[in-house]
Design a protein around this ligand. Structure first.
Ligand code: ADP
Length: 587
């Protein structure tokens, strides 16, 4: 034990000799041994210092051991201080009990056995030391606890502050987000409104566009009706000898203008078909020169009228392509027509056909060039768009709706080809080049002329019935037919047509489709159901040229479908082909 750890032991006895012997016995414990010779002195000492053990003589004068012990233990500080009573063997059980009640932990008896006393004191000292140690440990534990509590409080405060800060930041961020969300929602709503408005205006536009297409188709159809009889009447006039040169000139004017009107009406119809994607090709192997000669045939009158010089160069060997003859003729015809229109009178027009590429890439190039007004660089890419006219005031004089080149491009593309325009600018002339894929050699049909290629044969005399509610149309067609020696009757509605057919037993019937009472379809099926009418050639004559109407006429028992105006050539062809070739589409 170190000096620091020494504890006080209070020895209380009125006999100095006993005190001496206690000291002697306890000296080896190496503790501080403090003497008191009376209970009072003992109490005084106790008030000054702390004691681990009190050795207390029971029988002392004035205040005996028990009284002293009672006083000691009354004091809260010494309540637990262990007391060993020193007593003679004559202590009664009652006394011993009293001692224990006063808080004594033990007794030693006189004569004292040193080992026993030392042992008891030593145990109590040890206990005291342990308690002290425990108290120290308790104190440092309390301190640690307090520090911990403090640290905890600080930490809590810090955490709370941080959390509050974080919370504030989060709240601000949340508020920002909510604001952004509101803005976004407003934007989304605005966008939806704009989209809805756009969709509605798009729908309105589409509807307007559809109505425009319908109107164009209807207009074209309505224009065809009066055109048909005018055209037939003019053709009829051409077959008659006209003596008066002025009247002849008038007839020529009417014929030219009718043709022009006819082209415009066809273009109008085509534009509605283009926009609705309704153009269908009737493709077959085709010789390019057949297309070229037909296109020249249709445009030559204009070229001659404008006194242009035309040079044509086509390779001698036949060039085969796959295509729709009528549509390709329209393509080349349009280009030649434009060249004639947009070149001042007396200009040069050149048409050349050449081959380019090889194998699967082999193409035929059809070039139409002129020495005319030319096209500016900005307008070049636009000329193939619908309704494009470089200069309306200039070009209006030439007639046209700005449809021709759009049609050309669409038709050429439908044939798997392409078309391009070139010009060095205003006044330098223009060149249009159409490229079409060549037909592969193995698919070329034997080069025999088809019915369409054949020149229209002369008409042979037939019994013909013409039924049309447009009296002019019926009469002019009848006139054309009579000129060729046919016996012709006319009727002006479906019912009259049926009656006339029953009576007249015609070999050929031309039926208008849209008629009062019974329409052309009804009249056709009645006629076809008659036993005498098995071989009658039924021809539909109508302003409608659409595919679905053609299909319907075919299904209703018609042998041919002629689109108004009916000209001499169409008429000749349909009469020449008869029922056998039947089902062929003419017109
Ligand atoms: P349009 O009915 O006006 O002739 P097109 O579609 O055939 O319509 O042609 C569109 C425009 O392209 C014409 O109005 C004309 O300005 C221009 N154009 C077409 N061909 C020629 C050409 N050979 N020379 C000069 N300009 C041309």
């Amino acid at each position: 034990m170190t000096a620091r750890e020494r504890v006080n032991i209070l020895l209380v006895d009125d006999q100095a000799a006993r005190l001496l012997s206690y000291e002697a016995i306890l000296a080896p414990l190496e503790q501080n041994l403090v003497r008191a010779s009376s209970g009072v002195e003992a109490l005084q000492k106790l008030l000054k210092e702390e004691y681990a053990v009190i050795l207390l003589d029971v029988s002392m004068p004035e205040m005996d051991g028990f009284e002293t012990a009672a006083l000691i233990h009354q004091h809260p500080r010494f309540e637990r201080t262990p007391i060993i009573f020193v007593t003679g063997h004559n202590v009664t059980d009652m006394d011993a009990l009293r001692g224990y009640e006063l808080g004594a932990v033990d007794y030693v008896y006189v004569p004292i056995v040193p080992e026993i006393l030392r042992g008891k004191v030593s145990v109590l000292v040890e206990l005291h030391l342990k308690r002290q140690e425990l108290q120290r440990a308790n104190r440092s534990l309390e301190q640690a606890n307090a520090q911990l509590a403090l640290a905890n409080t600080t930490l809590q405060a810090e955490k709370t502050r941080e959390l509050e800060q974080l919370n504030a930041v989060l709240e601000r961020a949340n508020a920002g987000l909510a604001e952004a969300n509101r803005t976004l929602n407003a934007e989304v709503a605005e966008r939806q409104r704009a989209e809805e408005a756009l969709r509605r205006s798009h729908e309105r536009l589409r509807e307007a566009d559809r109505q425009k297409d319908e109107f164009l188709a209807m207009l074209a159809h309505e224009l065809r009706n009066p055109l048909a009889p005018i055209h037939s009447a003019v053709e009829l006039m051409a077959l008659k000898e006209i003596a008066d040169p002025e009247v002849r000139w008038c007839r020529d004017v009417i014929e030219r203008q009718t043709e022009q009107l006819h082209r415009l009406v066809d273009d109008l119809l085509d534009v509605s078909r283009i926009t609705q994607g309704k153009i269908k090709l009737q493709s077959a192997p085709l010789e390019v020169s057949a297309v070229i000669s037909r296109a020249l045939e249709t445009t030559r009158p204009l070229i001659e009228r404008r006194r242009h010089q035309l040079s044509v160069s086509v390779p001698e060997a036949p060039i085969w392509i796959e295509g729709d003859r009528t549509r390709l003729t329209q393509v080349v015809g349009n280009l030649l027509n434009n060249a004639a229109k947009y070149t001042p009178e007396g200009g040069q027009i050149r048409l050349t056909v050449e081959l380019a590429g090889a194998g699967a890439e082999a193409q035929v190039l059809i070039r139409v060039s002129d020495s005319g007004t030319g096209i500016s660089n900005e307008m070049l890419p636009k000329v193939f768009e619908l309704f494009t006219q470089v200069d309306r005031t200039v070009h209006q004089a030439q007639g046209g709706l700005g449809i021709g080149l759009a049609l050309v491009r669409r038709l050429v593309e439908l044939h798997g080809g392409s078309v391009a325009a070139h010009s060095d600018g205003p006044g330098s002339g223009s060149e249009f080049v159409v490229r079409l894929p060549l037909l592969r050699q193995e698919t070329v049909a034997p080069a025999s002329p088809t019915a369409g290629d054949a020149a229209a044969p002369g008409l042979t005399a037939r019994r013909v019935l013409v039924v049309d509610d447009n009296v002019d149309a019926a009469l002019s067609l009848a006139g054309l037919l009579k000129v060729s020696g046919n016996i012709v009757e006319t009727a002006y509605d479906g019912q009259q047509g049926i009656d006339a057919a029953d009576r007249f037993r015609p070999e050929v019937v031309f039926l208008d489709l849209g008629m009062p009472k019974i329409d052309g379809f009804g009249a056709a099926s009645w006629i076809r159901s008659q036993p005498w009418a098995e071989d009658v050639l039924l021809v539909a004559v109508t302003g409608w040229g659409q595919e679905d109407v053609r299909t319907r006429t075919q299904e209703s028992g018609f042998d041919a479908h002629l689109v108004k105006p009916v000209n001499f050539a169409k008429l000749s062809r349909v009469l020449a082909q008869g029922r056998g070739a039947g089902r062929n589409r003419v017109g």
